[in-house]
Design a protein around this ligand. Structure first.
Ligand SMILES: [Zn+2]
Length: 261
């Protein structure tokens, strides 16, 4: 069954015609790139012994399924570049470690880039909360430059990456969510999957997050026990997490109603 009319194809392994790679601009047969790394689907979700499906908060209404969120974004070389960081993230999660290497900033930046790119290609501009096309492109360019050349720049400190551990229990690890949020002073993309919450700043007038414990610098680091500091930005994330949990409970309640019938 062809799904060519849909801009978003579910599953992986499909290929599309020659186009410009969204990261390096090379003409290539673009891969159906995972917005959230594929190990997450394979290891956390597709294992039906552990519950199978996840609650997908990336769309309205939220749904329950086991499909990956993919989009034709990258050439083979760029896919490999991201794959190395995705694998490092997988080892980090699998080993249950707190300490990470310089790869973490690259991984987080790649996630934020993928999410913002995906939003800019698939969503109504109104869902970007008043952030202009120019600002979106400037942020994407900044992250893209770092992903391609791996050099820290002053510009990067305007669009920082933040990492949070968002719940180890299996029930919560079944939530996936991509969002563009605005806490009044900060506009950011947020990806929630597995034990990770990754936020990338698109625009902010609030300085507090620059010194937040959640901020990633391009060096080795350690996941703090509690990432949530007393800033509007982090309060916004806490509210978002609570909303995810609320919707997870609503889905569970729906399941109980269905199974009781
Ligand atoms: Zn490329």
């Amino acid at each position: 069954m062809s799904r060519k009319s849909s801009p978003v194809k579910e599953g992986w392994g499909h290929q599309v015609a020659m186009k410009k790679c969204h990261l390096c601009d090379t003409m290539a047969t673009l891969r159906e790139s995972h917005i959230i790394p594929d190990w997450y689907y394979r290891d956390e979700i597709r294992d039906f012994k552990h519950g199978g499906q996840f609650i997908d908060m990336s769309r309205e209404p939220a749904s329950k399924h086991g499909r990956a969120i993919v989009y034709p974004l990258l050439c083979d070389a760029c896919e490999q570049r991201f794959g190395n960081w995705d694998n490092a993230a997988k080892r980090f999660v699998t080993a249950g470690e707190d300490a990470y290497g310089p790869w973490m900033l690259r991984f987080a930046t790649s996630i934020s880039w993928r999410v913002l790119k995906y939003f800019s290609l698939t969503r109504d501009p109104a869902s970007l909360h008043g952030v202009s096309h120019g600002e979106t492109q400037e942020t994407l360019d900044c992250w893209r430059d770092f992903l391609l050349h791996e050099k820290l720049s002053r510009r990067l400190s305007r669009h920082t990456q933040h990492l949070m551990r968002v719940g180890d229990d299996y029930r919560l690890r079944r939530i996936i969510g991509l969002s563009f949020e605005d806490d009044g002073s900060t506009h950011f993309v947020y990806a929630r999957f597995g034990a990770f919450g990754i936020a990338g700043i698109v625009r902010s007038t609030y300085k507090g997050w620059k010194t937040s414990k959640s901020r990633l610098y391009g060096s080795s680091g350690k996941l703090p026990a509690a990432n949530y500091g007393p800033t509007d930005f982090l309060r916004c994330l806490v509210a978002l997490e609570k909303e995810y949990e609320r919707r997870l409970r609503a889905h569970s309640a729906q399941d109980r109603t269905h199974s009781a019938r």
